[in-house]
Design a protein around this ligand. Structure first.
Ligand SMILES: Cc1cc2nc3c(=O)[nH]c(=O)nc-3n(C[C@H](O)[C@H](O)[C@H](O)COP(=O)(O)OP(=O)(O)OC[C@H]3O[C@@H](n4cnc5c(N)ncnc54)[C@H](O)[C@@H]3O)c2cc1C
Length: 348
């Protein structure tokens, strides 16, 4: 009988962790409080690249670039095996001033990222995107095809055990899960699920609000970025405008003031949006972590509890590489990416 992993949380990180473990011969159960992929992984923009990577530390960029490198093949595989197209496209990103051009060019050169200076903007032709809801639907289909057991509407309670080994983890209906290992991929809710065993983990939800428009396809050919605001053009003419980074706790409300702010910025970047109807306004809670560095590690107090969480602004981008690291740690393999920076934080 193969070893059994229970994965807690079916966002992009949990689903890809499940697939990596299945590939290594594990029996996997994914437990999800709501429906698969409907939290941060649904709400995000699907840009597969850090925004102004030169402003982040090396561990963030290392994981983001490693994750980004997987997405073309992953999306191809998802389409071929499930018939669901995540609409991966390498549409490029144009960065408008102000930004530090010298630092940006130097970073691109050092990381072999193509960049061209066009007038005062920086064109990054290799930046890609995928369409989150489709990506998540395709991941669901592939997981089921690979034999993963998916339990939706199943909410685990905060961990009750002392230390050593997690023998049982209970859900809100009194059902008890046992497994050889548990993997915590509950995004913004991960710290709460650890209860007092969160120790020195410092995660918090960070709300992001987004607007959706529809224009004729190809009105905007590429991603457009200026001062922490972006427009994301989908293949069918939908355009996403976002987003905010708000420290408001577990509050997923959308606010009219932010809608006005985002709409003003959207119209300033793309004048056709000034008269376009806002089709939808939503928000999601990112798993915020210090410096945007996730934790991909075994819990210091439990032999069979692993964390893969805290990917903050780039979880969809990072998820394939992060899942690979997680599975390597579980199986005692050397991870393909240096994972020391993603250790469980030390006290103090
Ligand atoms: C507006 C916005 C824009 C973004 N844009 C981008 C972008 O362009 N590119 C990018 O890479 N990233 C982006 N992100 C960030 C990205 O979405 C996240 O980093 C990523 O989705 C995190 O994935 P996750 O699987 O860790 O978390 P989630 O997708 O939040 O999944 C966690 C899951 O755990 C479940 N869960 C919670 N508690 C329990 C429990 N007690 N029991 C069982 N299950 C539980 C939740 O229901 C949820 O489904 C954006 C996010 C937002 C909000």
């Amino acid at each position: 009988m193969s070893e059994h992993a229970v994965i807690i949380g079916a966002g992009a990180v949990g689903c890809l962790s499940a697939l990596e473990l299945v590939q290594r011969g594990w029996r996997v159960t994914v437990v999800e409080r709501g429906r698969l992929g409907m939290e941060s992984s649904w709400a995000g923009g699907g840009i597969l690249f850090p925004l102004l990577p030169w402003n982040y530390t090396e561990p963030v960029n290392r994981l983001a670039l490693a994750g980004a490198a997987h997405h073309a093949t992953l999306c191809e595989q998802l389409l071929a095996e499930t018939g669901i197209d995540p609409q991966f496209q390498m549409c490029g990103m144009r960065i408008l001033p102000p930004f530090d051009l010298a630092v940006a060019r130097q970073w691109c050169q050092a990381h072999s990222i193509a960049s061209e200076l066009e007038s005062e903007s920086l064109w990054l032709p290799q930046v890609a995107q995928a369409r989150n809801p489709r990506l998540m639907q395709a991941l669901r289909a592939l997981m089921l095809k690979r034999g993963v057991t998916l339990l939706e509407h199943t909410q685990l309670l905060p961990l009750q055990q002392d230390s050593g080994r997690v023998n049982a983890w209970q859900d809100s209906e009194g059902h008890v899960f046992d497994a050889d290992i548990f993997v915590l991929t509950a995004g913004a809710w991960s710290q709460g699920l650890l209860g007092r065993h969160a120790l020195s983990l410092r995660m918090k939800p960070m709300r992001g609000q987004m607007l959706l428009y529809q224009l004729p396809p190809a009105t905007l050919p590429s991603l457009l970025y200026q001062e922490d605001f972006y427009l994301i053009p989908r293949m069918d003419g939908h355009i996403l405008a976002g987003s905010t980074v708000e420290d408001v706790g577990f509050n997923k409300a959308t606010t009219p003031a932010i809608a006005t702010l985002l709409a003003t910025r959207a119209a300033a970047l793309l004048p056709q949006l000034a008269d376009a109807e806002i089709i939808k306004h939503w928000s999601g809670l990112r798993p915020g972590s210090p410096d945007n560095v996730p934790v991909i590690a075994r819990h210091p107090a439990f032999d069979n509890l692993y964390l893969n969480t805290g990917h903050f602004r780039y979880g969809v981008t990072m998820a394939p590489a992060s899942a690979e690291i997680l599975a390597s740690l579980v199986c005692g393999e050397a991870p393909a990416v240096n994972a020391e920076a993603y250790a469980f934080p030390k006290p103090g």
